[in-house]
Ligand binder design. Structure first.
Ligand SMILES: [Zn+2]
Length: 304
């Protein structure tokens, strides 16, 4: 994890998950906290080694790689934690993630690990869309849902800390099917990013870039391709296909390889999000056939 400077005030810890840091008038603001105590400790040690303060933490969304280290910071330091309201509900009750991944049933023990269930934190204040301030920090929070329900990006000193609203192109190529909970919201958030003004942007996973237009387009293309593949696969047979068969087809087509149940469930959630979009647009009809959810193209609505 390397501590890098973007501007006089804006910095970040570069790693598998990037963590933002902004310094102003003797106060420090962290954007996300890393996955666990170990990461948060390293962040705090680097800041103290550089004589930099830490007073506020904004947690962009309730995925453990972004908020899991916050519990350590809250216990050890007089910091205040801030997050979007719905994300804060999950951060306060982290078992909700394994619960939603496990279809709402009480999750099996295998899912109750630091990758899917972080240490709980108590959020001191909510982040809302628009301009606001924390101590000396004036910033704009931008709602960027899709990858999670209430994710925010932060524009401060003309730098966008974009959370997981988009991924670096290498990360995108590696994941093939990125994690999302809402396909339409994901694409709308990507389009929203294109309309924002900033001098550079840092995604949660990927490289800092001055111009992100090409990266944004690659993200949009990635989601459109997956949705198109699923739509064509459903329409390939006049009788339609079972939800489960289609999920297997997606795994095969994109060369996905889930090593364990947690990873498989993350892919299934993305799959469900694309299917929701096809159903809500009227392109696909869902029913129950042979005791299982069944998808069929809607003859009244020709797909684009
Ligand atoms: Zn995330």
């Amino acid at each position: 994890m390397e501590f890098r400077k973007i501007t006089e005030r804006c910095h970040y810890f570069s790693g598998a998950v990037n963590i933002g840091y902004i310094h102003k008038e003797g106060q420090g603001l962290l954007v996300d906290s890393g996955i666990d105590k170990g990461t948060a400790k390293k962040v705090w040690r680097t800041l103290t080694d550089n004589h930099l303060p830490l007073d506020h933490v904004i947690l962009t969304h309730a995925h453990t790689d972004h908020y899991g280290g916050a519990s350590y910071l809250q216990k050890e330091l007089p910091v205040k934690l801030h997050a979007p309201r719905l994300e804060a509900a999950i951060m306060g009750n982290p078992v909700l993630e394994p619960i939603y991944l496990w279809n709402g049933a009480m999750p099996i023990k295998q899912l109750r690990n630091k990758f899917l269930e972080g240490e709980p934190v108590s959020i001191d204040g909510y982040i809302y869309e628009g301009k606001q301030s924390l101590g000396p920090f004036n910033f704009e929070a931008v709602c960027l849902p899709g990858h999670s329900y209430g994710q925010v990006g932060i524009i401060i000193d003309e730098i966008l800390y974009a959370a997981d609203s988009y991924f670096g192109t290498d990360i995108l190529a590696k994941h093939k099917v990125p994690f999302i909970v809402d396909a339409d919201a994901t694409i709308n958030s990507l389009k929203k990013l294109s309309g924002l003004t900033f001098k550079g942007a840092l995604p949660g996973h990927g490289e800092y870039e001055i111009n992100i237009e090409k990266t944004i387009q690659k993200n949009i293309d990635c989601h459109s391709n997956i949705k198109q593949f699923l739509s064509e696969a459903i329409n390939a047979s006049p009788d339609g296909t079972s939800l489960n068969e289609l999920l297997i087809e997606m795994f095969e087509n994109f060369g996905l390889n889930a090593r364990e149940i947690g990873q498989w469930l993350l892919f299934r959630t993305s799959f469900t999000a694309y299917i929701s979009s096809l159903i809500e647009s009227g392109e696909v009809i869902i029913s129950i056939n042979k005791h299982t959810p069944w998808l069929k193209g809607n003859p009244l609505k020709i797909s684009k």
